[in-house]
Design a protein around this ligand. Structure first.
Ligand SMILES: Cc1ncc(COP(=O)(O)O)c(C=O)c1O
Length: 454
């Protein structure tokens, strides 16, 4: 059998989407991917928010190639190797506050599992509070703390001792007063602690910007308020920056926008520009809770991935990529806001840096329009632009390009995106009215721009 798509159908287990996107990607560079017929696409999804420094960034691939010829594997937890040591030092330098020691794993989910274990060992407590609409990975522990039944179908039972607090998601819920809404959401966490746990809570786990939940940017005061509550109860704050880290939101880590230091920082995706690597970084004191035998990963801290990660982070720092992401993000948001005035299908626009979500709704009411989001994604693909789709109702178009995307590429992509809204309108509407994924239960916020302090 020779055909890639046929072989996928026959031999590859794919279950996330009904159909894997009907293209075969052969090569990629910067923000451009090329299929096996030579057609180019502007990538506005970056392999799910991964290749922040661009596809096949030459500095990253060079570092990996050099490392491949020296040492591919030795088990980084039994023998020392230099890429792990150098990368751990770099992580200490770029992580907020007192965070200093890193454990390296292979993926986001694996890093989440390790972080949860460490929090329990350090505190001697056992429960976890996470957020509704959150996503933390596909392993059993990570799904247990994921606040979205849609991602957990038929996989239970999940781990006990997990409580979910309301997501600080203003759309349809806030009257536009972001500060008041931030406080209300933080107070809801206090209620959860009081009425839904046994008071044995080890950690609060949250994404500083919720990715899979539909690019939800919490109000500027939310995490500060939350941290005060956590400190009152000696609960650790684990920030899941798997999706929001490494410049994506316009800062090296999204939590920096909120002026709060997490106790454990979990990373993956953008850490190595596409090489598989996950990590959690914490303080000396918390790290010391691991005793011999407590934790290991055979491939974790793979020297090639670590060498790539180091080159990646050096590139992001030297080229001031987070700053660029911030400016480009503001540019895109402004363009989208103008588009929203012309397009009633855009219910809400959210974003920080180049982590942007456009929530599509039925044109006559605010019902989530998942069919439209899929149609938009398909139109964009046909017209040479890759976008993502997410959100708990599947109606959020996600724009999370490589951070090195050029303005000219951004303009072309926005042009295709606006055309996609025009082209997918009327014929789609009847289907939406008949198959509504959810209906709003709250009055609409006027899409308040949630200005996060910088
Ligand atoms: C916030 C967040 N945490 C954890 C994960 C899991 O990462 P991985 O797919 O590398 O296991 C993801 C993946 O999308 C994520 O977005």
């Amino acid at each position: 059998m020779n055909n890639t798509i046929e072989k996928y159908k026959e031999y590859v287990i794919t279950s996330f989407v009904k159909n894997v996107q009907p293209i075969v990607i052969e090569r990629a560079e910067g923000a451009i991917v090329t299929d096996d017929a030579g057609k180019e696409y502007i990538d506005c999804f970056a392999g799910i928010s991964v290749v922040n420094a661009g596809h096949c960034n030459p500095e990253v691939t060079r570092a990996a190639k050099e490392q491949i010829d020296k040492l591919v594997h030795c088990c980084s937890y039994i023998y020392h190797n230099q890429p792990v040591a150098d990368l751990a030092e770099k992580m200490a330098n770029i992580s907020p506050g007192k965070l200093k020691k890193t454990f390296f794993a292979n993926s986001g989910a694996e890093a989440i599992e390790g972080a949860l274990k460490l929090a329990k060992l350090y505190t001697g407590k056992h429960e976890i509070i996470a957020l509704e609409t959150s996503f933390h990975g596909r392993t059993l522990g990570a799904l247990s703390v994921t606040g979205n039944a849609g991602r957990k179908k038929r996989g239970g039972p999940y781990a006990p001792g997990v409580v979910f607090a309301p997501a600080p998601h203003a759309f349809r819920q806030s009257d536009g007063d972001a500060e008041k809404f931030g406080e209300q959401c933080a107070e809801a966490l206090r209620d959860r602690l009081r009425f839904h746990t046994s008071g044995d809570v080890a950690a609060f786990l949250a994404e500083p910007v919720l990715g899979e939940g539909g690019i939800v940017v919490p109000p500027a005061n939310y995490f500060r308020y939350v941290k005060e509550i956590l400190d009152e109860h000696d609960i650790l704050f684990i920030a899941d920056e798997v999706q929001s880290g490494f410049g994506r939101t316009g800062a090296m880590f999204a939590i920096e926008h909120y002026g709060v230091e997490p106790d454990i920082l979990v990373t993956a995706k953008g850490i190595a520009d596409g090489f598989p690597l996950g990590a959690f970084t914490t303080t000396d004191e918390i790290a010391a809770a691991f005793r011999p035998g407590d934790h290991l990963s055979t491939f974790g801290g793979n020297p090639v991935s670590c060498a790539a990660a180091l080159a990646n982070i050096e590139f992001l720092e030297r080229e001031r990529v987070p700053q660029k992401a911030r400016e480009d993000g503001e540019y895109i948001l402004e363009n989208l806001r103008q588009m929203q005035r012309r397009t009633p299908a855009i219910g809400d626009i959210r974003g920080l840096g180049l982590m942007i979500g456009v929530e599509l709704v039925a044109e006559t009411n605010l019902k989530s329009d998942a069919a439209r989001a899929e149609a938009v994604r398909d139109f964009c693909l046909k017209n040479g632009v890759l976008v993502g789709v997410g959100g708990v109702d599947g109606n959020v178009v996600r724009l999370q390009p490589p951070l090195v995307i050029t303005r000219e590429q951004i303009d072309r992509a926005l042009d295709v995106f606006e055309r996609s809204l025009a082209e997918t309108g009327a014929e789609n509407q009847a289907a939406v009215e008949n198959h509504l994924p959810s209906s709003p239960t709250h009055s609409q916020s006027s899409s308040p721009a949630i200005a996060v302090e910088r």
